[in-house]
Design a protein around this ligand. Structure first.
Ligand code: NDP
Length: 452
């Protein structure tokens, strides 16, 4: 770590104590940006990175609601409005018991760079609550969403801040949130993305993050003259991102063999087919059951989570590709070493920051095809941007049109990261490419707009 980065990190840790995920995200970016700040003293002089690290606004609020038994419950809600230099704040809402300020700040920080990479005019934000939708009835989820929006509505708007989904926030939750916003404001606007198709949603939005990650990996493979044909792929998670990663992998001739949830993972050596995937969609999106049921139904191997292990056995299976699509820090150094030992040479991050700093270093040192989250999973927010454009025009595009635009954006993101990595003397290092390319656009906008 050079002197500038160590000083910056010491300051970040002192000012943001007990937020390890935020420190981790900042450190990765700061290390990538060292050569940029050396070449461009104007960014350092204007304290661009120091300003990007400080959220423009943090909103934290009480979310009281009543459960089905009539008991009162209280959760904590957040919205981090990180940076709006290139467009309205944009980023998902996460409902998960682990949510706290540090997680949302890391996500909002990453989102600034990611949104910049999409080529669309979107700033970065993130929000959510420490509410666990698991095991709650639809009515409880609705009451929670209504209470959450009863505060959030005064801070967001179609030209200010446009939230979307993330872990624990899918079509059902977006519906309840939108309904309450519309009622409070008496306005029908494109205030959230990921909406239902007959009330302003975009075709391909549900598929976009997973499809986008696979399109990104396809571009990485092309640099070695390869395709997905017959490649075995490990996928973690079984939610929105994982589901559509598997679907696109099948479209392109790969063989996905794993899926997981927070209780364990399944390994289906014969491959997850379209029919089996249809079962997963119904299991996870309608019945909201556990992935273990897949193993029971299709005679696949099921491995429950073992908290005593210091590695995750899902990453210790012979394959060529890995698509971590569950949550942050799900691949540690040991997992990274196992992946490489088992023959994996394509790691494409559907989840946000799924690899620890040590794991990412192992991937880079081994010069595998490594697609970092900010670039690889940007297809979701990019398609949210396309949903916003359709809402503004009061038009809807066809499935083919949106998919074509998504594909085009992912190709451009890969090209931008690849070329930027070369320009800054680290060819093939897409972590540097993504961080630098994402930074430059926001930094130049901030320089243009003066000290705000
Ligand atoms: P979902 O809620 O649809 O699915 C999340 C999946 O990951 C579930 O299978 C869940 O299992 C599992 N999971 C969540 N937390 C943990 C944990 N702590 N340990 C083990 N497993 C866990 O979320 P998404 O698919 O939308 O999001 C997955 C990842 O992708 C996140 O990192 C998110 O930030 C990122 N992402 C999502 C985008 C989107 O468009 N949705 C866009 C860009 C990034 P269980 O059900 O048991 O909790």
């Amino acid at each position: 770590m050079n002197e500038y980065v160590s000083k910056l990190m010491a300051n970040v840790k002192a000012k943001n104590p007990a937020e390890p995920e935020f420190h981790q995200a900042v450190q990765e970016v700061a290390e990538s940006l060292s050569p940029v700040l050396d070449r461009h003293p104007e960014y350092r002089k204007a304290k661009i990175l120091e300003r990007i690290l400080e959220p423009e606004r943090v909103i934290m609020f009480r979310v009281p609601w009543q459960d089905d038994q009539g008991n009162y419950q209280v959760n904590r809600g957040f919205r981090i409005q990180m940076n709006s230099a290139i467009g309205p704040y944009k980023g998902g809402l996460r409902f998960h018991p682990t949510v706290y300020l540090g997680i949302l700040k890391f996500l909002a920080f990453e989102q600034v760079f990611k949104n910049s990479l999409t080529t669309l005019p979107m700033g970065g934000g993130k929000g959510g609550a420490d509410f666990d939708p698991k095991g709650k009835s639809d009515n409880e989820v609705m009451r929670f969403c209504q209470s959450f929006m009863s505060e959030l509505f005064r801070h967001i708007g179609p030209d200010t801040d446009v939230p979307a989904g993330d872990i624990g926030v899918g079509g059902r939750e977006i519906g309840y949130l939108f309904g309450q916003y519309r009622r409070l404001r008496n306005e029908f606007t494109g205030i959230l993305t990921g909406k239902g198709l007959n009330w302003g949603g975009s075709l391909i939005r549900p598929e976009a993050t997973g499809y986008g990650a696979v399109y990104f990996a396809e571009e990485m493979l092309k640099t070695r003259g390869e395709t997905f044909k017959d490649k075995v792929a490990l996928v973690s998670g079984s939610g929105n991102v994982a589901q559509y990663t598997v679907e696109k992998l099948l479209d392109l001739g790969a063989k996905p063999v794993t899926l997981s949830d927070s209780a364990g993972f399944i390994y289906d050596e014969s491959g997850i087919t379209r029919e089996k995937l249809a079962f997963v969609l119904e299991l996870k999106n309608v019945r909201r059951g556990r992935i273990k049921e897949y193993a029971d139904k299709f005679k696949a191997k099921y491995v429950p989570v073992d908290s005593k292990l210091d590695y995750n056995p899902i990453w210790d299976i012979k394959a060529q590709c890995a698509f971590p699509s569950a949550t942050q820090n799900e691949i540690n150094a040991k997992d990274a070493a196992n992946l490489i030992k088992r023959g994996v040479y394509v790691v494409c991050e559907g989840a946000n920051m799924p690899s620890t700093l040590e794991a990412a270093k192992i991937f880079l040192d081994h010069k595998i095809l490594y697609g970092p989250a900010k670039a690889a999973n940007a297809g979701g927010v990019a398609t949210s941007g396309l949903e916003m454009s359709q809402n503004s025009q009061r038009m809807s595009w066809t499935r083919e049109e949106v998919d074509h635009k998504l594909h085009d954006i992912m190709v451009k993101i890969h090209k931008n990261c690849f070329e930027t990595a070369e320009r800054f003397d680290t060819p093939g290092n897409l972590v540097n490419g993504a961080n630098i390319a994402g930074f430059l656009k926001v930094a130049d906008a901030m320089l243009d707009q003066g000290l705000v």
